[in-house]
Design a protein around this ligand. Sequence first.
Ligand SMILES: [Zn+2]
Length: 194
Amino acid sequence: MDPAYTLNDMHKVLLEGVKEIVGAQEAVALLKRAGKSSCAQAGLPLNRVNAVFIEQYGAQSGQGVALRAGRAVFKHGLNRWGEQAGITGMDYRLLPAPKRVRAGLQIMAGIFTLSTGLNVEISEEEQAWIWRVDSCAGDQDLHASAPMCFMVVGILQEFMGWVSGGKYYRITETRCTYAGAPTCTFRIEKKALE
Ligand SMILES: [Zn+2]
């Protein structure tokens, strides 16, 4: 049976990715802590996970762990869903590069929305793709002074590296619900860094 795009599957992918960076025991404990919010029960503790990483490892190391875990999460998601989503087949690989990026982002956004219920919108500017995630209204007790969803940055970085054959693109979270914005907005530069 094909794996479904359910919250349960998303949790599995998340756990597999986090495990790879911090070990199995620690991953279970961290995700349990991240799951203790009204938002996480409705959706995915993806943002909350970043807060827990920072609590556990401090600001700088926590950010590093979140980025690396995000990269691992992409790889596990690709293993679980890639074929079913049509992102590993020849049709997809033969698309011209900009279309391949755009289609891949759309597919990932679709999986994210189906599994978590949080809407993701992809848009395009001249120099960047924009990934925008709805806020999670139940999670208002958490506040940060700066954008903090580094795990999503890691996921997007790994995708861009994978889709481009190993190039590195600058990705920044420009607005974050935890820093008071209505959505978390990620900017993916179209031009790779040398
Ligand atoms: Zn955010």
